[in-house]
Design a protein around this ligand. Structure first.
Ligand code: HEC
Length: 265
């Protein structure tokens, strides 16, 4: 079932993206790539109808409103989150994660929000707290809805982080000895037990998600659940391992429109 896809360690990010795209085009033919953003729901009319009716009146709107309040409330020094970002924070989330040449590390959007807090003398938020960072991220990412993902890997040092994320994606882990790629590349768009698996491409552009309409998951929290599902001990949110993974994963989603936040089962 888990035939290995021929991935060359040295292929460029753009070559990788093409390999993923052609794998999905072969395994789930006839589905336009923008539909991939609906994940496994793209293969079920019923699931998509249910999704659309939930998204008409999202049960999690209150959390997003709370995020808006956090985003708009000035810090003690009078500045706001909007002052920390280009374009007041509008149409920027699709550039994250980015590689920061000075810090020599991958910076996620949530880390940038925390940096903004710290630079203004405020306490950073816990990356896995749905009430604070989760709500804030859901609102602030929504300011970039419709923007196309445009992750850059623009230097040798950045490529190294990308390559680390890529090797994580293909590494078999946990009791079940499965890699992210075993499920979401090789079997993306197919069933695994009773679950229809979403393809890698389309996954990174719509987080946070509200599972069951109420439980908020950031992208890295979702990675953690998948690691647990295969019997592996998850890395922490904000760890270098997950940041590099998110960098690689997000690059593969380049060109797809952002939409935050959405319902998931
Ligand atoms: C045993 C198979 C399996 C493995 C291995 C696995 N996942 Fe998943 N993953 C799932 C299932 C099942 C779901 C829920 C259905 C879906 O959306 O694909 C899911 C969902 C996701 C989602 C959410 C998709 C969405 O649109 O909401 C992301 C992101 C994700 N996985 C990333 C990863 C990453 C990164 C890894 C490696 C650390 C990984 N997964 C490993 C089975 C797996």
């Amino acid at each position: 079932m888990f035939a290995s896809i021929n991935m060359q360690a040295l292929s460029s990010p753009e070559e990788d993206r093409m390999i993923f795209l052609s794998t999905f085009a072969a395994n789930i033919p006839g589905i336009p790539v923008p539909q991939y953003t609906h994940g496994s729901m793209m293969l079920s009319e019923d699931a998509l109808n249910q999704y659309n009716s939930i998204m008409d009146f999202p049960p999690f709107q209150g959390v997003i409103d709370k995020g808006q309040k956090i985003w708009e409330t000035p810090f003690k020094n009078g500045s706001t989150f909007a002052d920390c970002f280009d374009n007041g924070g509008v149409d920027i989330a699709g550039k994250f994660p980015l590689y920061n040449e000075e810090l020599k590390q991958v910076i996620t959007f949530e880390m940038a929000l925390n940096t903004c807090l710290e630079q203004n003398g405020e306490m950073p938020m816990a990356l896995i707290d749905p009430e604070t960072m989760g709500a804030l991220s859901a609102y602030a990412r929504g300011l970039s809805d419709g923007m196309l993902m445009e992750i850059q890997v623009a230097s040798e040092a950045a490529l190294e982080k990308y390559a680390l994320g890529k090797s994580f994606y293909f590494r078999r882990i946990g009791q079940y000895n499965l890699a992210c790629a075993s499920c979401h590349l090789t079997n993306g768009g197919r069933y695994f037990r009773d679950e229809l698996l979403s393809p890698t491409i389309g996954q990174a552009v719509h987080f946070p998600v509200f599972r069951g309409g109420e439980r908020l998951y950031t992208l890295q929290m979702r990675y953690q659940r998948c690691m647990e599902a295969v019997g592996a001990v998850p890395f922490e949110s904000g760890s270098e391992a997950l940041n590099n993974l998110e960098y690689f994963h997000s690059y593969l989603n380049n060109g797809l429109p952002l939409k935050s936040a959405v319902y998931r089962r």
